[in-house]
Design a protein around this ligand. Sequence first.
Ligand SMILES: Nc1ncnc2c1ncn2[C@@H]1O[C@H](COP(=O)(O)OP(=O)(O)O)[C@@H](O)[C@H]1O
Ligand SMILES: [Mg+2]
Length: 341
Amino acid sequence: MDSNNILEVRNLKTYFNLDEGILKAVDDVDFSIKKGKTLGIIGESGCGKSVTAHSILNTVQTPGKIYAGTVHYRTQAGNELEIIGEKPNGEVMRSLRGREISMIFQEPMTSMSPVYSIGHQMTEAILVHEKKRDKAAVKAAKDKALEMLNLVGMPFAVQRFNDYPHQLSGGMCQRAMIAMALSLNPSILIADEPTTALDVTVQAQIVDLMLKLQAERGMSILYITHDMGVIAETATDICVMYLGRVVEQGPVETLFHNPQHPYTIRLLRSIPKLGRKIPGARLDAIKGNVPMPLNLPAECGFMSRCLEVDKEKCGAGIPPMVEVEKDHLVRCFLHNGKEGS
Ligand SMILES: Nc1ncnc2c1ncn2[C@@H]1O[C@H](COP(=O)(O)OP(=O)(O)O)[C@@H](O)[C@H]1O
Ligand SMILES: [Mg+2]
């Protein structure tokens, strides 16, 4: 592993074997997360972002399966682990989940148990990794949980502490989940559309909190979103995904100032002028949807929606990833650079 990286994903292929054929949800995805930095993964709904996150955590749902690739992770103790294919509830993933790699998902209800109060769940999650479980440790864990609930702006946190998930609104549940993930002080936070259910003011507050904790603790973040505005504020590096593939990647300034892929260019146009303060800002600039990655022809996946398409060139196979400048890679036949790996 490169010494600057905490996580390296190489040639990841996660497919769903369906009756209709093989759905290539994630096809040959390659990226790294640097220590203490934020990698933003951006792309419209259906382009493979969540399946990528689940692949890292080995929680892909059947009939999904990881067909190829490696994921290397550097533990807090400094060991390099290859984690792909580990059982989701096996020893390795249990030792990593929470304390080392923590995640916030799109649907908060899937990560909260309906049968325990949120305070109880948060306290237990903190205590799992503590050596002692005496009165003082329990009290410290409860205090920590409450502090985090306050930090994420949970209204009436003391009362909410004893509530069950079904007693909370979607937005409050999402905040509880965010508080739970952050209370574990992880090395990497994987945040998959973490603020979708929240209004814009709260969203801004949560993003600020994540960045503050990152600055204090050196946490790395994998921030998954369809909102370029949020990426602009949070990410140090970006991966643009389309139809299961990374189509452009590089440092955030480079991609914003010199975008090459027609898809990236159109995503950037979709940023509302006032950034995240405009509610409901979506990727409206691009007509149509991401097609299903099912039985796809071997051609550029963005061809059918591309405004710059050159039928001869673009249908000639899957464009390779090429380096157009340092650390800036693009997968497009119309933007030739040096061929990368
Ligand atoms: N459990 C599943 N069964 C079949 N197909 C799935 C499943 N989960 C995801 N997919 C498909 O995989 C592709 C990528 O999905 P996903 O990673 O959830 O997209 P995103 O998070 O970018 O919106 C989509 O075409 C989606 O329909
Ligand atoms: Mg998703």
